[in-house]
Design a protein around this ligand. Structure first.
Ligand SMILES: NC(=O)c1ccc[n+]([C@@H]2O[C@H](COP(=O)([O-])OP(=O)(O)OC[C@H]3O[C@@H](n4cnc5c(N)ncnc54)[C@H](O)[C@@H]3O)[C@@H](O)[C@H]2O)c1
Length: 323
């Protein structure tokens, strides 16, 4: 396959490049480098089966491909709230442009959606049939509602134009190459612990998340893209079902690092969901997928990555407020 990955220089996108190249595909990575970095794909440059294009998905792009993975979008609150209008444009115009391309070149397209479409959920765990509880005018809305519209666009292009779409609702994923300093809890904790600082815990630390290791998540994305069975256009949750409180995460990380870690509490941010856990029955039944890497093992890999100094360049300089 010839595969286009938007957001290909980001955390998930760069791992997806690695995986698809290993599987023998030709990969084109597109990225505007807002949160991603060339360092994430530097090891791939020069390969005949890999191309890199600096491009912003709010503008149309024409390339001949068979598969499109649409991952371009800042994913952490610090980054998506930096320029909320641009975040909405990236999700809405970016997805429209990629769907237009998919329609034109008859490519299959997968949208990286998110557990944030469930908002602060009133149903636990969340099945794909749950419509969510999202604030349309809150500080997280640019991301949550942008992704919800992207799902609507995918579904309507499928119904109206027969475009072959897949929608992955991705839950918290962690691993090497996550941006640092963007407020995501795993990278935050690891970097703070490596620097010998106290770990910032919001609220009392009893709020839970489910952390999926990046290799598992990427495997889920590839399986979903390859799925040819019934109802393939329906959203599929991909994430870990092992619920872990922030306090438990601190303890597990302490075990991995071989010392107890100090903690500093701060107030919980507005609209921060207290609890979220995917129901992955659909992924299990349709894709034969479930996460395999245990939290402790994944944290070991991630800590080992961040221990290398070249893993932590400052990403804040390149930001632009242009929309
Ligand atoms: N990592 C997670 O836990 C998680 C959870 C749910 C959903 N997702 C989704 O997965 C996708 C990838 O997330 P990630 O964690 O790799 O984040 P990331 O920030 O590392 O990657 C996103 C990439 O998209 C690029 N980008 C942003 N706006 C762009 C634009 N307008 N044009 C071109 N490129 C643009 C960034 O530069 C970056 O390389 C995102 O769509 C995100 O919403 C991630």
């Amino acid at each position: 396959m010839r595969v286009l990955i938007t957001g290909g220089a980001g955390f998930l996108g760069s791992h997806l490049c690695d995986r698809l190249l290993t599987d023998g595909h030709d990969v084109i990575a597109v990225d505007n480098l807002f949160t991603g970095g060339k360092r994430n794909v530097a090891h791939l440059l020069g390969r005949p089966d890999f191309e890199w294009i600096r491009h912003d998905v709010v503008n149309p792009l024409l390339v001949e491909v068979d598969w499109i993975f649409n991952l371009a979008c800042p994913a952490s609150p610090v980054h998506y709230q930096y320029n909320p209008v641009k975040t909405v444009k990236t999700s809405v115009l970016g997805t429209l442009n990629m769907l237009g391309l998919a329609k034109r070149v008859k490519a299959r397209i997968l949208q990286a959606s998110t557990s944030e479409v469930y908002g602060d959920p009133a149903v636990h765990p969340q099945p794909e049939t749950y419509w969510g509880n999202v604030n349309p005018i809150g500080p997280r809305s640019c991301y949550d509602e942008g992704k919800r519209v992207a799902e609507t666009l995918m579904t309507d292009y499928h119904r109206q134009n027969g475009v072959d779409v897949r929608i992955a609702r991705i839950f918290n994923t962690y691993g090497p190459r996550m941006a640092t300093g963007d407020g995501r809890v795993v990278s935050n904790f690891i970097v703070q612990a490596l620097d010998g600082r106290a770990l910032t815990v919001y609220g009392d630390g009893s709020q839970t998340r489910c952390f999926c290791y990046v290799d598992d998540l990427i495997d889920g994305l590839v399986r979903l893209m390859s799925y040819d069975g019934d109802n393939a256009a329906e959203p599929v949750n991909l994430g870990s079902t092992g619920e872990c409180s922030m306090n438990e995460l601190v303890q597990t990380l302490g075990r991995v690092m071989g010392r107890s870690l100090a903690v500093e509490h701060r107030p919980l941010p507005e609209n921060d969901p207290v609890r979220r856990r995917p129901d992955i029955t659909r992924a299990r039944e349709r894709l034969g997928w479930q996460p395999r890497v245990a939290l402790e093992e994944g944290l070991q890999q991630t800590v080992a990555y961040y221990q290398r100094p070249e893993s932590r360049p400052d990403t804040t300089q390149r930001r632009s407020r242009r929309s």
